[in-house]
Design a protein around this ligand. Sequence first.
Ligand code: IMP
Ligand code: MG
Length: 178
Amino acid sequence: MHPDMEKMLFTRAEIDTKVHELGSIISKDYAGQDLLMVGILKGAVVFMADLIRAMSIDVSIDFMALSSYGVSSESTGVVRILKDLDKSIAGRNVLIVEDIIDTGLSMNYLLKILTARNPDSVHICTMLDKPSRRQVNVSVDYNGFTIADQFVAGYGLDYSENYRNLPEIYVLKEEIYK
Ligand code: IMP
Ligand code: MG
């Protein structure tokens, strides 16, 4: 195990099973419909790459980047678009793909922006959910795992841009981020 990690929270096998479950549910829900999956950079990249390959329907993908924590582990509530979508989403079914929903501030802001662009629908898929930390209500349509209030890394999730490449999901040692 990586020396900065306290413990492994989800193994490769657990993640894989979950991603395939989500992929087949989403494929059923959107069968026969147009679907644009919007990955939120950079954390959702690993999850999204696995999720789209676990789906049996045609999808298109695009990406957005929002400013978030920077080097600290606390949300500031200030969210900015660093990279916008390449194309219009008017009349499309959008599924936002996130790594984790924590306070919900980023997702709340993103929903407002995307809804204003007149898509047919906007739904949310997240690999991890930390509902105990919520500051604004966000309705999550697809969730991989609900976790307690702890700082996690790996499988795309970072602390200060590190650990995204770890294949499993870990709880970070407190001394690393405190
Ligand atoms: P929110 O706006 O507080 O919901 O924060 C969402 C973003 O914060 C996520 O997309 C992650 O980038 C980051 N984040 C929140 N909790 C964690 C964590 O435990 N590990 C790594 N990143 C996190
Ligand atoms: Mg993120």
